[in-house]
Write a protein that binds this ligand. Structure first.
Ligand SMILES: [Zn+2]
Length: 225
């Protein structure tokens, strides 16, 4: 059993359609079967219920046996488990791993393709954050330290010619944003160098960054939601 995959799939595809009792019971079954290399587990909920966690009702009391059996029913209806029968020690249950339930992962696969080329890095707040992180919280032009409330999203090529893609949006300090205005970025960086705001090395590096940006080599890391 690939535990890492299981945990991710469980959280992404199963948990959203389970209540908290179902989640804890399902995990308990997995713990006592698949996780230890067994196909199924025999569980007596009279005692197992105390190991599941607190109920959501009365403070610090475990779910009742009745609640547990009721949830076995709903878990089974949802196709997450199969009740195989009753035995002296309890109920024999087989739990399916998320990857064994094809309809579960279909359509919202974890490998969902997000086309970064289509994303808006100017309007979308989360994407702005990704740009700020790409810039390592420093102004793209002058390297001034940027904080959450002093940075600004800057169009390298001003609108309307320039778009809101990661190839054209950088994080900059307000001073650079104001000073640059509509002039082209390379000329602006040269002016910073002339004003001794950048060393020669820094000047070259920023010009290189501008080239890389244009070529799409400075992709920010965007978290899929
Ligand atoms: Zn700056």
């Amino acid at each position: 059993m690939d535990v890492e995959k299981f945990l991710a799939d469980f959280q992404d595809f199963m948990a959203p359609s389970m209540d908290v009792y179902e989640q804890s019971i399902y995990i308990y079954i997995i713990r006592h079967s698949r996780l230890i290399g067994q196909s199924d587990a025999v569980i007596g909920f009279k005692s197992a219920r105390k190991k599941l966690g607190y109920g959501v009702g009365k403070h610090k009391t475990p779910p009742s046996e009745g609640v547990c059996y009721e949830r076995l029913g709903t878990l089974s209806e949802k196709g997450f488990i199969k009740v195989l029968g009753s035995e002296r020690m309890g109920t024999r249950i087989h739990a399916y791993l998320p990857e064994e339930i094809p309809e579960l992962c279909d359509g919202h696969s974890s490998e969902q393709i997000i086309d970064i080329e289509d994303m808006d890095f100017f309007e979308d707040v989360e994407n702005r954050q990704a740009i700020l992180e790409r810039e390592k919280h420093e102004c793209f032009y002058c390297r001034a330290k940027l904080t959450a409330d002093n940075y600004i999203m800057e169009h390298v090529v001003s609108r309307p010619a320039g778009d809101n893609s990661y190839r054209n949006i950088v994080a900059s300090c307000r001073t650079c944003n104001n000073k640059k205005g509509p002039i082209d970025a390379a000329s602006f960086v040269r002016s910073l160098y002339r004003e001794n705001l950048l060393s020669q090395d820094e000047f070259k590096q920023v010009l290189e960054k501008l080239e890389m940006l244009k070529k799409g080599e400075l992709q920010p890391i965007v978290l899929s939601s």
